[in-house]
Design a protein around this ligand. Structure first.
Ligand code: PMP
Length: 516
C-alpha cells in the first residue's frame, strides 16, 4: 500500500514535531508537474499546488514524463549502474555537453574538467578541496623557492660574494634563522575562504563553514577551515579584508652584493565561493558592482572564484547559469539539484583546465558518484533544456516575469505587510515586514518564534492547498521556485493565497497563523 503508516517516528522525529506544530506535516503519495497529492480521510487524492519545487531541483517538474521514460528505458535495458574504475562514456558526454553550454554562455573557449558528486554540498566540498590542493601546491613551490634562496645566500656570504648589511642582521646565519622563524609563524596560519554575507553552500563539515547562518555553522566551527564573510553592499569591503588578512612570506635576494629581505605574497585564501543569486539567504541577486569587485580583487590576489550555481543554475534564472547575466566568470562552477531531473541525486564540479590537478581524481571519489543513471538522466535534462534553441530558458524568464508581476501587485496592495519582492526568473522571493513588534499578541508571538515564514506556509497549505516555504536562513522571505511549466492558473492560485495571508497579517491579530 502507498498509504504511509505512522509508527513511533524514528526518522528525524523532532523535525516532524516542528512541521506538525505549523500544520506542515502532510505525507505526499504522488507527484506530477507542479502538483503533489496527499490522501484524504476517505482515501481520495487531495491535490496540493507546489511552489517549493524541491527547493530548486524540479525545473522540469515532478515526474517529468520524458525523464521518467528515459529512466524506465535505462532500467529495462539493464544499464550497469555501478561500474567504478571503468570507462564512463556517459560521464564524458555529460561533461562535454556542459562545456559546450558554459562556453556558449561565457562567450569564450575556456574548458572545464568535471568531477561528479552526489549532492550539492559534496560538489562544494570538492571545490574547496581542489582549490586547497592547488593552494598547497603553489605554497610548496613558493617555500621551496625561498629555501633555495636562503641556501644560496648562505653560500654567497660564506664565499664572500655577498654581505649582510649591518642594519639587516648580525650574520647570515642569524638572518636566515630569523626569516625561517617568521615564515613558519605565517605558514602556521590556516587557509581562509571568502564568501558573501548571507551565503549558503551546504551543511557538510567543510561547506557549512561557508554557510553564514550561525545556527548551522557555529556548532561545527572547529571542524574545518573558516571563511571571512564579505558584506555585499559595501564597496571596498572585500579589498579591505584581503589587505587586512593578506600576509607575506619573507625571502632573501642579493642585489649589488648586498643581501636584502623582500616580501612574497603568501596564498592564504583558498577560494572565493559565491552564489550569483543567493537562495537560502533570502533570494538576493548579486549587484554588478559587487561582482566586478570580486573579479578584480580575486584576479589581483590570485584567489580562485567558485561560482555556486547549485540553486541558481540549470536554467532557473533564464539562462543556463545565473552568472551569465551578471558577467561573473568562475574558475570553478558547481551544479546539482535539477541536474538530476527530479529523480537522481547528482552534482558536478567543473574546474577550469589550467587550474586542474589530475591527482584530485583519486583524492576525491565516492561509491555513488558518476553512476550511469545519474549521468544519462543529466544528459536527458540538458537535451530537454537545450531543445528548440533553449525554449526552457526563455520560458523560465517569461514565467518568472509573470510570477514577479503578480508578486509586485501583491506588494503594491499590501505595502505595510510586504517589505520587498525580488529575484530573477523562477527564483523569486517575497519578504514580509518583521512583525516582532506587532501590537497584536498572536502575531507578535509568531514573529518572535523565529518560524514566521513557516506559520505563513502552514496557513497557506491548510487553507489554500498551496505549498510554499521560506528560505532556510531568512524566515521572513517566502521563496518561489516552481517548474518551468507553471501555468497562469497556478500563479493565480498562489496570488489568492498570498493576498489572504497579507490581509490576515494586516487586518487581524494573526491568530489564524498560529498553531491549530
Ligand atoms: N549550495 C547552494 C547554493 C544551495 O542552495 C544548496 C542547497 N540548498 C547547497 C549548496 C547544498 O546542496 P545539497 O542540499 O544538495 O547538499
Amino acid at each position: 500500500t502507498d498509504q504511509p503508516t505512522t509508527r513511533d517516528g524514528f526518522a528525524e522525529p523532532f523535525l516532524l514535531e516542528v512541521l506538525a506544530s505549523g500544520g506542515l506535516d502532510a505525507a505526499y503519495v504522488r507527484a506530477e508537474g507542479n502538483t503533489l497529492y496527499r490522501r484524504g480521510e476517505d482515501g481520495e487524492e487531495i491535490a496540493v499546488l507546489d511552489f517549493v519545487g524541491g527547493y530548486g531541483s524540479l525545473m522540469l517538474g515532478h515526474n517529468n514524463p520524458e525523464i521518467n521514460d528515459r529512466a524506465r528505458e535505462l532500467l529495462d535495458r539493464q544499464t550497469p549502474v555501478h561500474a567504478q574504475f571503468s570507462r564512463h562514456p556517459y560521464a564524458d558526454e555529460l561533461a562535454a555537453e556542459l562545456n559546450r553550454i558554459v562556453q556558449r554562455e561565457r562567450g569564450d573557449d575556456e574548458s572545464y574538467y568535471a568531477i561528479f558528486a552526489n549532492s550539492g554540498a559534496e560538489a562544494v566540498e570538492a571545490a574547496m578541496k581542489h582549490a586547497e590542493l592547488d593552494r598547497g601546491l603553489r605554497l610548496s613551490a613558493l617555500t621551496e623557492e625561498i629555501d633555495a634562496h636562503l641556501e644560496e645566500v648562505r653560500a654567497l656570504v660564506a664565499d664572500g660574494t655577498a654581505t649582510v648589511p649591518p642594519r639587516v642582521a648580525g650574520s647570515a646565519d642569524e638572518l636566515i634563522a630569523d626569516v625561517r622563524r617568521r615564515n613558519e609563524e605565517q605558514l602556521a596560519r590556516g587557509p581562509l575562504f571568502l564568501t558573501p554575507e548571507g551565503a549558503f553552500h551546504g551543511k557538510l563539515a567543510g561547506s557549512v563553514q561557508l554557510t553564514h547562518n550561525p545556527g548551522y555553522r557555529l556548532p561545527f566551527k572547529s571542524l574545518a577551515a573558516q571563511a571571512r564573510f564579505v558584506p555585499r553592499d559595501q564597496p571596498g569591503a572585500l579589498r579591505k579584508i584581503v589587505d587586512e588578512e593578506r600576509p607575506h612570506l619573507l625571502d632573501l635576494v642579493v642585489e649589488g652584493g648586498r643581501v636584502q629581505v623582500v616580501e612574497r605574497d603568501h596564498p592564504l585564501f583558498t577560494a572565493f565561493v559565491l552564489e550569483p543569486v543567493q537562495g537560502e539567504g533570502g533570494i538576493h541577486e548579486l549587484s554588478a558592482e559587487f561582482v566586478a569587485e570580486v573579479q578584480e580583487v580575486c584576479a589581483e590576489a590570485r584567489i580562485p572564484v567558485v561560482v555556486d550555481e547549485i540553486q541558481s543554475g540549470m536554467g532557473r534564472t533564464g539562462s543556463f547559469l545565473a552568472a551569465t547575466r551578471l558577467g561573473l566568470k568562475g574558475d570553478y562552477y558547481t551544479l546539482a539539484k535539477s541536474l538530476g531531473g527530479g529523480i537522481a541525486k547528482s552534482a558536478v564540479l567543473l574546474v577550469r583546465k589550467p587550474l586542474y590537478h589530475g591527482q584530485f581524481e583519486l583524492a576525491h571519489s565516492s561509491t555513488f558518484a558518476k553512476d550511469a543513471i545519474s549521468c544519462l538522466i543529466g544528459l536527458k535534462v540538458l537535451e530537454i533544456m537545450e531543445a528548440d534553441g533553449g525554449a526552457v530558458y526563455r520560458r523560465a524568464a517569461e514565467r518568472g516575469e509573470r510570477l514577479l508581476g503578480m508578486l509586485r501587485s501583491v506588494r503594491a496592495d499590501f505595502p505595510e505587510t510586504v517589505r520587498d519582492v525580488r529575484g530573477r526568473g523562477l527564483m523569486l522571493g517575497l519578504e514580509f515586514r518583521d512583525q516582532s513588534d506587532a501590537t497584536a499578541d498572536p502575531l507578535r508571538q509568531v514573529a518572535r518564534s523565529g518560524f514566521f515564514g513557516y506559520f505563513v506556509a502552514g496557513h497557506i497549505l491548510r487553507e489554500h492547498r498551496v505549498r510554499v516555504f521560506p528560505t532556510s536562513s531568512a524566515v521572513n522571505t517566502l521563496r518561489f521556485e516552481p517548474s518551468v511549466y507553471v501555468t497562469d492558473e497556478e500563479i493565480d492560485r498562489l496570488e489568492a493565497a498570498l493576498r489572504d495571508v497579507c490581509a490576515i497579517i494586516r487586518d487581524t491579530d494573526g491568530a489564524r497563523l498560529a498553531p491549530i
